[in-house]
Design a protein around this ligand. Structure first.
Ligand code: RTP
Ligand code: MG
Length: 152
């Protein structure tokens, strides 16, 4: 999260393997940049099963859990931390509903995919999960703080 008392916060996002395979990394990141949020953590990795099990631990008893693990471990993902005003709730808004059929036009899932099991991007669903997921995917040194350079 941002500095104590500031209006900024941090959230975790991951472009899932289908997003990368379909060449939508730039499209997704561009929507976050245009929204006005700041990229403060970025890396690409093929996650191991253990990491994804912990990431989605709330779904361990769901019938789609194994399918979800296979999907998330099927190739590289782009893991990101974005910082900004209301980035946690706002990030969920930009993604749209889990099922792309219910995701509104204009949202990432509504515009760019058709299948809940291949829904392109993950976003933390609250302050608690944002904190947990950032810690799970990034070490402290892997996230950065930066500001815009002032004009010379
Ligand atoms: P995410 O965690 O990835 O941001 O997605 P979400 O909050 O919108 O949805 P969640 O309920 O947390 O589910 C996690 C992911 O599991 C897959 N899923 N498949 N019925 C199904 O086949 C089903 N339901 C969920 C989706 O990939 C979903 O994003
Ligand atoms: Mg979720």
């Amino acid at each position: 999260t941002g500095m104590p008392g500031s209006i900024t916060e941090r959230s975790f996002f991951a472009i899932k393997p289908d997003g990368l395979q379909r060449g939508l990394v730039g499209e997704v990141m561009s929507r976050f940049e245009r929204k006005g949020w700041k990229l403060v953590g970025l890396k690409m990795l093929t996650p191991g099963r253990q990491l994804v099990e912990r990431h989605y631990e709330e779904h361990a008893d769901k019938d789609f859990f194994e399918k979800l693990l296979d999907y998330m471990c099927s190739g590289p993902v782009v893991a990101m931390v974005w910082e900004g005003h209301n980035v946690i709730a706002g990030g969920r808004k930009l993604l749209g509903a889990t099922n792309p059929l219910e995701a509104g036009a204009g949202t990432i899932r509504g515009d760019l995919c058709t299948n809940a099991g291949r829904n392109l991007v993950h976003a933390s669903d609250g302050p608690e999960s944002a904190r947990r997921e950032i810690e799970l995917w990034f070490s402290r040194e892997e996230t950065v703080q930066w500001g815009r350079a002032t004009d010379p």
